[in-house]
Design a protein around this ligand. Structure first.
Ligand SMILES: Cc1ncc(COP(=O)(O)O)c(C=O)c1O
Length: 402
């Protein structure tokens, strides 16, 4: 029986404040609902926050992935490599562009792809006489993957790196004493962001690609709007001020000014939102310290400051316990928490095991790290609007049930 008096706690939710509403209303009253100045201002805010030279805002993160794959040159028969622990969109994007997907294993303690398994996938490609066209490391939960490691392997093979930073806006990682920002493209050719309501900042639906490469930037801009250009320097012939040319097969993946007005307003709060997420994570960490026989938060790699899109714990396996038993205890925990109106989630169902991938001959890899992670993981409520008392309520419920 669900207790009617308790406040529901979802695993994530947006924070919309009065000034966000005002910004949207101003956009609605302005001359432009789409293709106006708010898009550029939002893109500038994204460039400033990530440190990437260019940002291209689009209709959602999946569209961002699709365009990034196309700009990277993925075509029929090409191979893209990503992690099996991600949202399906990271893998689907390769397929939209005509490619097939190979899946990496993850370290179950971090949920991030392992370089060893990336090397295995690259070696499989080589044995089949192929080189991967793109590698898409996923910054699961808000913690950047080993991007320098991935970039090293990609450079050797000629693949481009598309960082899936849908979870990691605001995160940083250190390499050789230097700190880098997620989606800065310091160790990737492009990165993608999502502004779905559970993400760090929202536009309702929305996404973006960041890059430091001017050529990729121009191609992404063309692809976002039908492959059309009006740039006089690139036109094959001149006609009149109305004239444009389609130079490639693009899409309408534009984002509206109304959405970007919300995004611009939200970006002013990114630091505050991420700081609150980190404080919530620290409170969870402290409460779960010493409980590792029962429940274990994900490990954050050295030098990484996670942006905590998600806060994932793993149900600890007992000595000799089979994964089916761990999975059964995770399910029981999920249901017990739902009884208390704490609505957790499982991120993610391994993509390589999805029927549609199997049906198309993909996902044949054996991925023991993925299996161990999937059996045990649970995303607890994590959003800036949570109070300390909300966090304590979740902790008490988890420790009371596991
Ligand atoms: C890791 C990851 N990649 C890509 C996406 C796709 O983003 P969107 O929902 O904006 O299309 C998501 C969205 O949840 C995601 O979590």
């Amino acid at each position: 029986m669900v207790n009617e008096d308790l406040k529901p706690l979802p695993y994530g939710r947006q924070t919309i404040e009065d000034d966000d509403v005002d910004a949207v209303v101003r956009a609605l009253r302005s001359d432009f609902l789409t293709q106006g100045p708010a898009v550029k201002r939002f893109e500038e805010a994204l460039s400033a926050a990530t440190g990437a030279k260019y940002a291209v805002a689009v209709s959602n993160g999946t569209a961002a992935l699709h365009l990034a794959c196309l700009a990277a040159g993925v075509r029929e028969g090409d191979v893209g490599i990503t992690s099996s622990i991600t949202f399906v969109a990271s893998a689907n994007a390769v397929r939209y562009a005509g490619g097939t997907v190979k899946f990496c294993d993850v370290d179950p303690d971090t949920s991030l792809l392992t370089l060893a398994s990336l090397e295995e996938r690259v070696a499989e490609c080589a044995r089949a006489g192929k080189t991967p066209k793109v590698i898409l490391p996923v910054d699961m939960t808000g913690a950047p993957a080993d991007l320098p490691g991935v970039q090293r392997i990609a450079k050797r093979t000629g693949a481009l790196v598309i960082e899936d930073a849908a979870h990691s806006l605001g995160a940083t990682y250190a390499v050789g004493g230097q700190t880098f920002r997620a989606a800065s493209c310091a160790h990737a050719d492009m990165a993608i962001l999502s502004f779905h309501p559970v993400k760090h900042v929202t536009t309702g639906e929305g996404g973006a690609i960041t890059t430091n490469d001017e050529g990729l930037f121009k191609e992404l801009c063309d692809l976002r709007t039908h492959g059309i250009t009006k740039d006089p320097a690139r036109l094959e012939r001149q006609d009149g001020p109305w004239y444009y040319e389609q130079h490639t097969l693009g899409f309408n993946y534009r984002i509206t000014d109304v959405q970007c007005a919300l995004g611009e307003s939200q970006m002013k709060k990114l630091e505050r939102f991420v700081a609150r997420r980190r404080a919530i994570a620290a409170r969870y960490d402290a409460a779960f310290a010493g409980q590792s026989e029962r429940v274990r938060p994900l490990r954050v790699r050295d030098g990484v400051a996670s942006a905590y899109h998600l806060y994932v714990v793993r149900v600890a396996a007992r000595p000799g316990e089979a994964l089916v038993s761990v999975a059964a205890r995770r399910k029981a925990l999920y249901l017990a928490l739902a009884e208390k109106k704490i609505y957790t989630q499982v991120h993610y169902i391994p993509v390589h095991a999805q029927p549609d991938f199997k049906r198309h001959g993909m996902g044949t890899e054996a991925l023991p790290g993925v299996d161990a992670y999937y059996a045990s993981c649970l995303s607890l409520p994590m959003f800036p609007g949570m109070t300390d008392a909300d966090v304590d309520r979740v902790v008490a419920a988890v420790l009371g049930a596991v």
